[in-house]
Each structure stands twice: as structure tokens, then as C-alpha cells.
Design a protein around this ligand. Structure first.
Ligand code: BGC
Length: 638
């Protein structure tokens, strides 16, 4: 063979070998080294984890020993039910949890429709190789308000104004029953954020800006949700609560939001360890001590670091120092806001200590990416095992693998729960001004004129997170009552109650005895409620003036998710009541106006005089050092 042919052959072989080496190196770089082949071992029917008599920790270990890496990763995924491509994926991907992000409802949006939807998903999950049931979660922000017909309790800020831990516990217990009746066993509440700036659109989701009150009411709420209503049930937890949003939410700076549509929501909290320990941490510490098994990492940043990426706060502080044994779930898409690279973001979050990722969309890419990260050695298998153990601990504690108690659908929106909601409304009202004993009103007045955007509008008095995420205006909630309904119901048959939305009444010669203006905010949720100047609308201010023109005195009731800047107007009103967002039971307000019940509510946060005072620190110190209009704790008796 001529030498050049021989050389050509050698050259060709070397090129192929070179190409193969580069190609394999590329594959290894991208996918990592193949992991040792896993041969799944099917558990026998007598496997320990299937036996409810075996202690939970043993059941967790036993189940984990049967799980493949892929099955473990699936457990770490939390997917919005609308993102499930085919229901069988729940079993095929061994998904850990599903949620109905607010407004992600079944086609049949009834109690039965919800129950069937959750049951169907649960049954599918139990047909997976290891029969691990999914956890189904929803936001019970003020009752199980996902479902039309559920009792709509006052939003948390109203509960904060009651200062009544026993009441908060009973409200949460009723909420848990309504959730359980639709098969849902995981709630994204209580909210333990500490709002220092009323410009934030989530103030009303919080109890108070006071760390101690928030800690007390948060723990009471958790007891209410988690305690089994029946002593014959062996599992520890009735409905799983979630302490959120860990950590520093409520302390974000104005104009710091990472979301271009928002101003403060999802913004930056300034890192200050002393402040963290004195202010933000106590409510979470108390929740951990009260046995919370799920904590949600917020969408805010702590300094430059998104919460879901913050190992010091999640792993070192929460899991190691506070000895939190449950799982940390990220908030909606929050993990993917860490960086612009989805793979990198998920790796950072899981290594920071996130155990379950509220994806909430692409579970297939998630499973692929995390598997790749384990093969590449970027996530240790021990971290995966730790995350899955925490999730399984919660599932076993809920008794999801065993028989759960059936809760009758009749509890949803029951009269008993509505009565409780009315108690909560009555205790949440804060009397801020009552000149010349304007209140209580006599039930025998000749004529009362009522007006204002929230006087006859259950949608406004319920606020957001009520069937729709951003709330819905109008009287559309089944079995609910407006504030006007309550006034009409309470007065004597001698009293004429006239209503006009804008307070347009023709003068009849004699002035009406009193004008009642029910004014306030339109519903909003999250950053959509960030407002530089939280004030009353011109329309509402006009309505108050119209009522003043034709009545001897005027009582103003403010329906809002936060204190409003009303310093200039208050001196012209005779009485002022802060009624927050009372929910479906608007008629519970009238008994306090007419003296059947006393005012006991106290401001759960300061009512500022000017916007220059914002933010206001939890110790009451305002940004410009001046005094607020009404301090936290203020509230008149009659
Ligand atoms: C909110 C959470 C909520 C989650 C699920 C997010 O937008 O920040 O508080 O639990 O959605 O609905």
C-alpha cells in the first residue's frame, strides 16, 4: 500500500476518535456522568409506609427507600392544575402537589365540582407506582373563598383589629372545614408579613405591623387550621397551614419592585440582621414552634438576593437555627425570577433550601433539569432526599396515605360559619371619630340617607381573593348581605332609609337625621394594589358632600384594605368607622351603628397623616419623624 494511502487511513481514524472524544466530553459536560442504573423495586402490599400504625418517621424512610431519583424530583414539583397537560402526568411524573392558583377553578365551579376535581387528581396520583397521593393546595386568604357560596370572612387586617386570638382560631377552623369539604388539605395561609407602608397592595392580607400580635394571631390561625376537629382521627394535621412570606415581606422599599408593573410588591427589603431578628422573625419562629409544616419563601429580595435563592435565611436560619422540620415551598414562579436561566435558577433555589418549587407551569422541564443537575453533581442527592423527606413528613402527618375523615359539603357557607363571620366583622370595626356622641344612632330616626360606592356592593366589601383573584365588583356573592341591607334590617318600622349610590337626594325641606356614607377602595390583589396615594376617590368625596348637604350629620364608614390618607376630610365628618374588608356579612356592621353591640376593634397598624410619614417602622417611628394621625391600638368605645 502506498505510504500516502496508509497516512490517509490513520488520519481518518484519528479524526473519528477525536470527534468521538469531543462529542462524549460534550455530552458529559451537558448531562453529567450517567448515574448508576436504578432498578425500581416495587413495594409489597405490606410495606411499612402503607401501614398507618407505623410511626411517621419510619414510614417516610421506608417510602424513600423505594423511590427512584425521578420519582423524588417529581415530589418536589408544585404545579397549577391548569398546567397539567394530561391528568395521567400526575402519576407518570409522580408530582408532589397541585394548586389552584386563584381563579384556577374546575369547569363546574361548585362545591361538588371542586370536590370531584380534587378527588380525580388524587385518585390518579394514587395509581402511580408507589401510590403517593398528591397534596392539593389553595389560597384560603379569608375563608375558602375560591368557591362561590363559601363563607367570606373579613380579610386578615380586620382579624388583626379584633386582636382576638380565640376568634382567629375559630375562623381558621371553620375555613379548614370548608376546605376539607372540597377535598383540599393545604392552605397558603396565614400571612405573617409586617406591612410598614400602606402604599403596598397586600397590607390587608396581613394581621398587623406588630410582630408580637402577628405572631400570636398567626399561631392561633395555624392551630385552627391544623387541629383535627374530631378526636377519633389519628393523623396529626387536619389542613396544612403555610407561614408566608418568608422573610421581610412588608418591609420592601417603594420603587424597588423587580416586576415592572409594580412599585413595591416583590421589591427589596434592606438587609439588617438586628431588625430581621427583632421584627420579621418572631412570627415565623412562633409558627415553627406551633408545628407549622410548610413555609413559603416570598417573592421579595433580601438586599440583592431573591428570597428563593437565600441559603442563609432558608437553610441556616429557618431549618438549622429554628429547627423547622417541614418543607419550604417557593412562591408562584419565584424560583425562575432568580436568573434568566431556568436551569441555573432551579439549581440555586434547591441548593438554597427550597424543597418544593411552585413552578407552577412546566413540570417536564423541571424534572429534566433537576435530574441533569444531580448527574452533573450540581445538586447532591442528599439535598434531594432531605427535600423529599420533608414533603413526605407533611403528607403522612395529614394522613393522606390513610383514610381521611369525610366532611359534609353542607359546612360550606353554613349558617354557623356565617354567624362566626358576623362576630368577626363586629369585633373588627374600629371607631376613629365620634363627635358629640353621633353614634350610636337611634333606631327610631325619621329618615336616614345612605350613599357611597361600598354601601350596597358585596364585591367591594369582600375585596380581592374572592372567587376571582382581583375580586369582582357588585352584588353577586350567593347568600351575602350588603351594609345597606343591615341598616334596613336594624332600624324600626318608623324609619325611612333612602339610598342613592352618589348621594343625590332631592331636598324635602327637612334635613335627614343622618347621612351614612360607605366609601372606600375597589378590590385589588398584590402589586396591582400598589398606590402612591391611597386616598378616597373624587366620586366618594363628592358623595359624602352630597349627603352632608341634606342631613344633620354624617357618619363615614371606610371599606378599605389599609388606612387611607384622609387627614383633610376627617374634621368635616361627625363620625368615622374603619371597617376594613368585612366579607360576605355586610349586615354585621349595623348592630354597632345602632347600639346593639359595642365597638371593641383597635387599629392593627398606624393611620398616617401624610404620605411623607411612609414607611412607618413597627415601633411607630415615621419616615419624617412626625406623629401619625391615629397610632396602632387606637379605637374609641362609643
Ligand atoms: C402569592 C402567594 C400565593 C400564590 C399562590 C402568589 O402570587 O404571592 O401569596 O399563595 O400566588 O396562589
Amino acid at each position: 500500500m502506498p505510504a500516502y494511502t496508509q497516512n490517509k487511513k490513520i488520519w481518518l481514524i484519528s479524526s473519528i476518535v477525536f470527534f468521538l472524544v469531543i462529542f462524549s466530553a460534550g455530552l458529559i459536560f451537558w448531562y453529567g456522568l450517567p448515574l448508576p442504573q436504578e432498578t425500581p423495586i416495587d413495594p409489597p402490599a405490606t410495606a411499612l409506609y402503607l401501614n398507618s400504625d407505623v410511626p411517621i418517621e419510619m414510614r417516610v424512610e421506608n417510602l424513600l427507600s423505594y423511590m427512584t431519583l425521578e420519582e423524588k424530583i417529581g415530589q418536589m414539583a408544585l404545579v397549577d392544575k391548569n398546567s397539567i397537560i394530561t391528568p395521567q402526568d400526575v402519576a407518570d411524573y409522580n408530582l408532589g402537589a397541585l394548586l389552584s392558583g386563584f381563579g384556577s377553578k374546575p369547569e363546574d365551579n361548585t362545591i361538588e365540582g371542586w370536590k370531584k376535581m380534587v378527588e380525580d387528581f388524587t385518585d390518579t396520583s394514587k395509581r402511580s407506582r408507589l401510590r403517593i397521593p398528591i397534596l392539593y393546595g389553595a389560597d384560603a386568604i379569608h375563608g375558602h373563598t375560591n368557591v362561590p357560596g363559601a363563607t367570606v370572612f373579613p380579610h386578615a387586617i380586620g382579624l388583626g383589629a379584633t386582636g382576638d386570638a380565640d376568634l382567629v382560631e375559630r375562623v381558621a377552623a371553620a375555613t379548614a372545614k370548608e376546605m376539607a369539604a372540597t377535598g383540599i388539605s393545604w392552605s397558603y395561609s396565614p400571612n405573617l408579613d409586617l406591612p410598614q407602608d400602606i402604599r403596598w397592595g397586600r397590607v390587608y392580607e396581613t394581621f398587623s405591623d406588630d410582630p408580637n400580635l402577628t405572631a400570636t394571631l398567626g399561631a392561633a390561625y395555624l392551630r385552627g387550621l391544623q387541629t383535627q376537629p374530631s378526636s377519633s382521627v389519628s393523623s396529626n394535621v387536619f389542613v396544612l397551614g403555610t407561614a408566608k412570606h418568608y422573610l421581610g415581606a412588608g418591609g420592601m422599599n417603594w420603587n424597588s419592585s423587580s416586576n415592572k408593573n409594580f412599585k413595591i410588591d416583590q421589591g427589596t427589603t434592606m438587609p439588617d440582621e438586628k431588625f430581621l431578628r427583632e421584627t420579621y422573625l418572631p412570627p415565623f419562629k412562633e409558627s415553627v414552634e406551633s408545628g407549622v409544616l410548610s413555609v413559603m419563601a416570598g417573592l421579595n429580595s433580601w438586599g440583592d438576593t431573591k428570597l428563593a435563592a437565600n441559603k442563609e435565611l432558608i437553610t441556616d436560619l429557618l431549618k438549622e437555627e429554628l429547627e423547622f422540620k417541614g418543607f419550604v415551598v417557593s412562591d408562584w414562579y419565584g424560583v425562575y425570577e432568580i436568573s434568566s436561566n431556568d436551569y441555573k435558577s432551579a439549581v440555586i433555589a434547591i441548593n438554597a433550601g427550597i424543597d418544593m418549587v411552585m413552578l407552577p407551569f412546566d413540570y417536564k422541564a423541571f424534572v429534566k433539569n433537576i435530574k441533569r443537575a444531580v448527574r452533573r453533581g450540581e445538586i447532591d442527592e442528599e439535598r434531594i432526599d432531605d427535600a423529599v423527606k420533608r414533603i413526605l413528613l407533611a403528607k403522612f402527618s395529614l394522613g393522606l396515605f390513610d383514610e381521611r375523615e369525610e366532611i359534609a359539603s353542607a359546612v360550606v357557607g353554613s349558617e354557623e360559619h356565617r354567624e362566626l363571620a358576623r362576630e368577626a366583622v363586629a369585633k373588627s370595626l374600629v371607631l376613629l371619630k365620634n363627635d358629640a356622641a353621633t353614634l350610636p344612632l337611634s333606631k327610631n330616626l325619621k329618615r336616614i340617607v345612605v350613599g357611597g360606592s361600598a354601601a350596597d356592593n358585596v364585591g367591594r366589601q369582600s375585596g380581592a381573593w374572592t372567587v376571582e383573584w382581583q375580586g369582582v365588583d357588585g352584588n353577586w356573592l350567593p347568600n351575602s348581605s350588603s351594609i345597606l341591607d343591615g341598616i334596613k334590617e336594624t332600624v324600626s318600622s318608623n324609619t325611612v332609609v333612602d339610598y342613592d349610590l352618589l348621594g343625590h337626594f332631592s331636598k324635602t325641606g327637612e334635613l335627614a337625621d343622618v347621612g351614612i356614607a360607605v366609601v372606600g377602595e375597589t378590590p385589588y390583589a398584590e402589586g396591582w394594589g400598589d398606590k402612591e396615594y391611597p386616598i378616597l376617590s373624587n366620586e366618594d368625596l363628592e358623595t359624602i358632600k352630597n349627603l352632608q348637604k341634606i342631613s344633620k350629620k354624617v357618619v363615614v364608614i371606610i371599606i378599605s384594605g389599609r388606612p387611607l390618607l384622609t387627614t383633610n376630610e376627617i374634621p368635616t365628618w361627625n363620625a368615622l368607622v374603619a371597617a376594613w374588608l368585612p366579607g360576605s356579612e355586610g349586615k354585621a356592621i349595623a348592630p354597632l351603628l345602632f347600639g346593639d353591640k359595642e365597638f371593641t376593634g383597635k387599629l392593627p397598624l398606624p393611620w398616617p397623616e401624610t404620605s411623607q410619614q411612609l414607611p412607618i417602622r413597627p415601633d411607630g417611628i415615621t419616615a419624617d419623624g412626625t406623629k401619625v394621625l391615629f397610632h396602632r391600638g387606637f379605637g374609641l368605645p362609643y
